[in-house]
Design a protein around this ligand. Sequence first.
Ligand SMILES: [Zn+2]
Ligand SMILES: [Zn+2]
Length: 392
Amino acid sequence: MKAYVLDAVWAPKPEYQPKEREISDKRAVRGDMVYRDLRAGLKDVPDPAPGPGDVLIRVGACGVCGSDMHAGSAADDGYTNYAGHLKLPVIMGHELSGEVIEAGVNVRKFKPGDLIAVEQMRPCGLCDACKTGFFNSCRNIEEVGLSIDGGFCEYAVVPETYCIDINDIVERLGDKIAAFEAGALAEPTGVAYNGLFVRGKGITPGSNVSVFGAGPIGLASISLARVAGAAKIFAIDVNEERLKLAKLCGADYSVNPAALDGKNDTVSSIVLDQTGGVGCKTVVEAAGAPDSTYPEIVKLMSINANVSAIGRSPRLAPIDLERFIVKGCSLSGSIGTAGNDIIPSVLKLMGSGKLDMRGIITGRYDLSRVQEGIGDAKRGNHGKVMISQFYG
Ligand SMILES: [Zn+2]
Ligand SMILES: [Zn+2]
């Protein structure tokens, strides 16, 4: 079959001491410290064969994520830009859905013809994080498309436990490709769901919400806030194209900090003006720009607000903690989508017609043009770029 494979040379930097397990199975905890001289491209690989507890799927759609762009691009020293788990060679792509074409003998819930979405994160179940229920912080986590084979390909093998039925979505949408796209969008939407409802404090109906960053996670946060009954939703981004998508997802106000003078007109002054001085009870940082967002975030938090930190960055945030203390606010960090019924809940919202994320798809590329699709996504004007062997 055709598959988009990333490969590189295992060459740990002198200052990085890989642990025993990293050396034995070549699964780097920090990809950027170990993998050099990247080679990525579409090639012919053997069709995967399902084990007794696996299903074989024909991949329906697979979204391009920021991690795909980072992993496949090199810094000046030739090392990958991706700082997370990486085991190469790997078939990339982790936001996938598909149709079951074969089920292993021990598979109980799925049969050929079923449409499914795939859970990306595979926690070990044994470490202290897993035992505490914090599966996304698992010390031995495997990630589809980064440490085990993913979805930029024709066929994939998935253990039954990581498959979630989306037959109700195809019934509702009346179209398989539409259902594949919805299923593939469950992963980025799940990241937002985790930040807002699992690690965060949820959304009080009638309260105001600010979302910093209108990439896929921010757009999903806005959509979920709308479904959950937010009063006023503010989208903040420096990219006008993405702000248009934010409105489409249900934002009431779009604010571009680059268009403000930063003195009299600031993000927080606009939000406070529009909320009668109350501010926002839920704030999402999905911009990954903590040095510029947090000084404004602390000013627009309402009493008893929660800030969901989702966007990742090596930079530090200057935070006026006094405001957190005086206003009784909290800050919650979150990562990933494993556990806590996250992906199933997102898919139930989609299946019931309450949530449709397909409006954020702004680029569709056939599998044969996956490289082009990833390159296009890197330009940053997109909501979500989707890859499918069915686009033609
Ligand atoms: Zn993703
Ligand atoms: Zn674990």
